[in-house]
Design a protein around this ligand. Sequence first.
Ligand code: PEP
Length: 252
Amino acid sequence: MRRPLIAGNWKMNLGRSEAIALATKVAAGVRRDDVDVAVYPPAIWVTDAADHVVGSNIIVGAQNCSPHERGAYTGEISAWQIAEVASSVLIGHSERRHKLGETDNVVRSKIDAALAAGITPVFCVGETPNVRNRTGEYVPYVMEQVRSSMSERSYDEITRMVVAYEPVWAIGTGVAATPADAQEMTAAIRLAIDGIAPGAGERVRILYGGSVTPANAAELLAQPDVDGALVGGASLNAADFLAIVEAAPRRI
Ligand code: PEP
């Protein structure tokens, strides 16, 4: 049985004291021991957040890593550096793909780096509004994104990954995918993973992300192939984020 995972992407928000306060409130407020909860603060506050969730089961991660291990890459942070203070990293978020020009090849290299460093890559995929409007194309498009970064990997590597399906048209727009749309794509992603490493599809957690709120979380999370949520805006408010954690179905 896959354990639900609720993850908060704080993006480029919050000052240091705000980040510490939010991490502290989340750590103190989680009531479920059958759900994994993760937060992804801005890189500069990852250590502060990690220090303030000690003693809880909150997972702390970074929002990005370099594909390179070390060297002359000013401003970059490598996966092994993240591994010294945190245990996970978001990779291929649509804002990095579409605002910062990150390609599938770069995304793949970053996943390589995260796996080599022993941290969990949360690999984000999702179609743009244009692709969504081309009936019959959006499912194969996302399945191809999955294959481009997951193929030619061992079963062990694949099952150390988490995938987040985040349709670009739903991120930060207030228009979430319908539960049926989220289910359609997460099931297709699971199929694509299984095609790469038979049996792995059942094991990999696949999250839905895009305008998840306390109001729509329960219905989205109840879908059989939706194993959790990647939450942006609503993760900046402890009460809202904790309500989304509470909305996870009791599966184990
Ligand atoms: C995100 O940034 O990953 C996200 C899903 O944002 P929001 O919940 O605000 O749509």
